[in-house]
Design a protein around this ligand. Sequence first.
Ligand code: GLY
Length: 348
Amino acid sequence: MTKTQILLPRRQSSLKSLDKKLKTLNPDHRRKYFILTDANILEHCLPTLIYNVPELESADFLELPVGEACKDLSIIHEVWGSLLESGADRSSVIVNLGGGCVCDAGGFVAATYKRGIDFINVPTSLTAMIDAAIGGKTAINLDGVKNQIGCFRNPIITCIEPAFLETLPENEIRSGEYEMVKTLLLTGRENWQNQNLSDLEDLLPYCVNFKQSVVKEDPEDHGLRKMLNFGHTIGHALEAYYIGQQKEMSHGEAVGIGILYALYLSTKKLGLDHACYSQYRSWLTKRIALPHLTLKEIEQLLELMRNDKKRADNETLFVLLQAPGVPVIDVSVNDNEIRDAILTSANK
Ligand code: GLY
């Protein structure tokens, strides 16, 4: 698989580095660029991209619907059509400017158009910067179930520019912080709960390098990479459960709560020190109110988890922690243990 070059801000902004890279990648301007983005990003981030990366001035723009809606096959079909109509060929390059959804969908378009063309990820959300834009997982949804169709294809470049985060609403930044804390727990970073999460100069490269090192070791998710699902098993089900309800739950919040349940299960199944669970619980409850789910609602979550490839009969495979920095993948957890984790951690 292609190796991704990650651009992080060093002596100059990452966007300036991207401009330089594109000059070498496309010296005679024969390759055509197509920027895929959504309406929000078009307004808030596209001007910054074009201003700092003049090499993209003559790119075509394709606008996607905002959020998960862009990961529908009908939308991908339209994008393939637009590329064909605009004369995109095998030398063309797609630039995905956006959050996780744009990177997932745009990566899938690039991986499939004319059997695969080059693409560049320019993530604009914190979650995408430290997760979705790195590692070559491309994906669209099937019948409302997330990420069921896709393939692995690495972007040639992932350009991480923290300046884009200034355009994000507070709740989006918070969402990304749960993914950051996931990394801190998986790596056993000392004193993580007192870490200033807005110190991105330190934390952004830390999280990016961690993700990169994991996917380098296990690019196609057969073993080690599964650890990145820490907190996501019940997290994804929670996110799906709240869709369309009066108060939806963001991906980040769902992962934040999913991590709590996973830590509780870790104390029960792997002997994780209870203090780690309690510290996390007190950190989390300062940020969000924990859901008090009824037994009926928990059954619905279990049903949603049945759609998850990690589930067999009434057993679900979890990533748990033996200790901070010591994740264990494929730990089998039964439905009663999940019910107990959800009910107990809501109260203590
Ligand atoms: N987001 C999890 C992974 O990239 O494997």
